[in-house]
Design a binder for this molecule. Structure first.
Ligand code: SAM
Length: 274
């Protein structure tokens, strides 16, 4: 069968160096019978190895032209299920049924890697662990410590709910077409449940507002937060009073705040500034 041309808009850089495909699957270490979600199976470089290890693969692929390619290769396999959909719209809890939880593996399309990470964090109850190939800078960003200029909304969000670990780097030459950048394979593992009463949505919105303009102080950014968030600040006496009650210097930048300080800020706001 003729393979369709790689599509740039779908982030199609296919892994052609099998040694890296093996290392990714070994990094996951699937058990026979375990359900594994694969985002963007492409031409099946990882899929074949997952099935070879006895995993039950639920593959989510957006490119319709790749469907016949995948079905020809794996359609006869009892453990292969293909969902033709946008992974950003898939409810993973539903997709993995009858399993209650599953691990994820993916050589992610770079253009949607941030959005996918957010979704995996949101749905971590069903997908508690992932082994993902990401752009090297994205892995540097999600593992950046407080005070680092690389720190951003994604760093704080991922670190709040998951432990992340860089496993190994992959050079551009391992893919076709050859990308411009290096990749890193990383493991994300969900932490335990949040403390009772922790408002996850509020936390996300606060962090997002805090990082709105990275060069500005935390106070300045909170003062320019979306209106409904500002209304909450007003109930707590205003953004400056909220920071004071949380014992956070208003002149610091968002990148300097620790995970614990972001969590404390959320709790103070939930408690109305007290
Ligand atoms: N897993 C294959 C490999 O390692 O060779 C392909 C990886 S390629 C970097 C990314 C894959 O994700 C492509 O097959 C692409 O069509 C698919 N893709 C892109 N956007 C997607 C989306 N929103 N939902 C599901 N799959 C997507």
């Amino acid at each position: 069968m003729n393979l369709p041309r790689a599509k740039k808009r779908l982030g199609q850089n296919f892994l052609v160096d099998e040694s890296y495909a093996r290392r990714i699957v070994e990094g996951l270490g699937p058990r026979a019978g375990e359900t594994v979600v694969e985002i963007g199976p492409g031409r099946g470089a990882l899929t074949a190895l997952l099935l070879g290890r006895g995993a039950r693969v639920v593959a989510v692929e957006l490119d319709r032209e790749l469907v016949p390619v995948l079905l020809e290769r794996f359609g006869g396999h009892d453990d292969f299920r293909l969902i033709e959909a946008d992974a950003l719209e898939v409810d993973f809890c539903e997709a993995i049924s009858p399993a209650a939880s599953a691990r994820v593996v993916a050589n992610l399309p770079y253009n949607i890697s941030t959005a996918i990470l957010q979704r995996l964090v949101e749905q971590r109850a069903c997908v508690p662990e992932s082994v993902l190939m990401l752009q090297r800078e994205v892995v540097e960003r999600i593992t950046a410590p407080p005070g680092s200029a690389e720190r951003g909304y994604l760093t704080v969000l991922v670190a709040a709910f998951c432990e992340s670990e860089a496993l190994f780097d992959v050079p551009p030459g391992a893919f076709r077409p050859v990308p411009k950048v290096w990749s890193t394979v990383a493991r994300l593992r969900a932490r335990g449940a949040e403390p009772e009463g922790f408002d996850e949505r509020l936390f996300q919105r606060l962090v997002s507002a805090g990082f709105a303009q990275k060069r500005k102080t935390i106070l300045n950014n909170l003062r320019h937060a979306p209106e409904d968030l500002r209304a909450l600040f007003e109930k707590a006496g205003g953004a400056a009073a909220l920071l004071e009650a949380t014992v956070i210097d208003p002149q610091r930048r968002a990148e300097a705040l620790t995970q614990e300080e972001w969590a404390r800020l959320t709790k103070t706001l939930t408690a109305g500034g007290r």
